[in-house]
Ligand binder design. Structure first.
Ligand SMILES: Nc1ncnc2c1ncn2[C@@H]1O[C@H](COP(=O)(O)OP(=O)(O)O)[C@@H](O)[C@H]1O
Ligand SMILES: [Mg+2]
Length: 281
């Protein structure tokens, strides 16, 4: 089994969660810069079920080819861990950007919508190889859809194109599935509950609309600086029950009022908030 250090130079830790670590790395064979994600799972052999599941999913991700979806290159077992080599996206996540800037201009939001909705449309209508479709009980596989299943501001990176325009890139298909039974990292709740579609709380079939719902929450946040239903403490069961209830039945808090409140907090962007004399947007 290969050791990470024989194939890559690690340049930087990009992210480190409970289930994986992501590094900026230099591939030793050709010097190319890549992002390397290692799952926190020990693998002893390529025939182990967990690795076969991982590889099956990566095989699909490798085929996705869209400018706003991170390009997945290869999978390996490095230091006994399933590892994914992918395009290094040089930029910042929407989460980091929102911490700095609080909200986006209307123009930037429209750009984000066009790019990420395009990426979602692409994977929601992705045609899976016939052999997978024929041999499955899964409704989602028969529908030929790849569902991201973890749309939130940490999983969208903004980088710059050579001409200075923004490129938004969808990353972290680690919870994506073509087969709902294959959702493997479902323990990863924290940080994403506020973006979770109502049907995901009850465990009923999750499908393309769940991604679109979550993206809607992200858009609410980039326009107003806050999610519609924030949670103070994930560990308090009552807060989580309330969150679920809000997503099921509460009215959506007025976006105009929230955006105006954001304007008052960060006034430097007044022109972006009231372009051409619009009353709110
Ligand atoms: N391809 C990439 N290029 C640049 N940074 C990345 C890339 N993939 C992940 N990251 C960084 O690492 C963090 C964690 O990666 P992610 O795939 O979302 O892992 P997790 O499953 O822990 O959420 C991201 O929020 C981002 O900051
Ligand atoms: Mg992530």
């Amino acid at each position: 089994m290969t050791e990470l250090a024989t194939s890559y130079d690690i340049l930087k830790v990009l992210g480190h969660g409970g289930f994986s670590a992501v590094f900026k790395a230099r591939r030793k064979t050709d010097g190319d810069i890549v992002a390397l994600k290692q799952l926190d799972l020990t693998i002893e052999s390529e025939n182990q079920k967990e690795y076969r599941d991982f590889k099956e999913e990566v095989d699909i991700l490798k085929k996705l080819d869209h400018p706003n979806i991170v390009k997945v290159y290869e999978e390996h077992i490095l230091d006994h861990k399933p590892s994914l080599e992918m395009e290094f996206v040089d930029g910042e996540t929407l989460e980091t950007l929102l911490k700095k800037e609080q909200y986006f201009s209307i123009e930037d939001t429209l750009d984000l919508i066009e790019q990420i909705a395009g990426a979602l449309n692409y994977c929601h209508h992705y045609y899976l190889p016939d052999k997978l479709v024929l041999h499955t009980e899964s409704a989602l596989l028969r529908r030929n859809a790849v569902i991201h299943n973890d749309i939130n501001p940490k999983n969208i990176i903004r980088s710059r194109n050579e001409d200075g325009s923004y490129r938004y890139v969808l990353i972290d298909f680690g919870l994506s599935f073509t087969d709902p039974n294959a959702v493997r990292h479902s323990k990863k709740e924290e940080g994403m509950a506020e973006y979770k579609a109502p049907e995901k709380w009850s465990g009923t079939t999750v499908d393309a609309p769940s991604d679109i719902y979550s993206f809607g929450i992200v858009l609410y946040e980039v326009l107003t600086g806050t999610v519609p239903f924030p949670v103070k403490d994930y560990k308090i069961a009552g807060d989580m029950i309330q969150l679920e209830e809000n997503h099921r039945s509460a009215a959506i808090p007025d976006m105009c009022q929230k955006r105006i409140a954001a304007l008052k907090t960060v006034p430097k962007k007044a022109n972006a908030i009231f372009p051409n004399g619009w009353s709110c947007w």
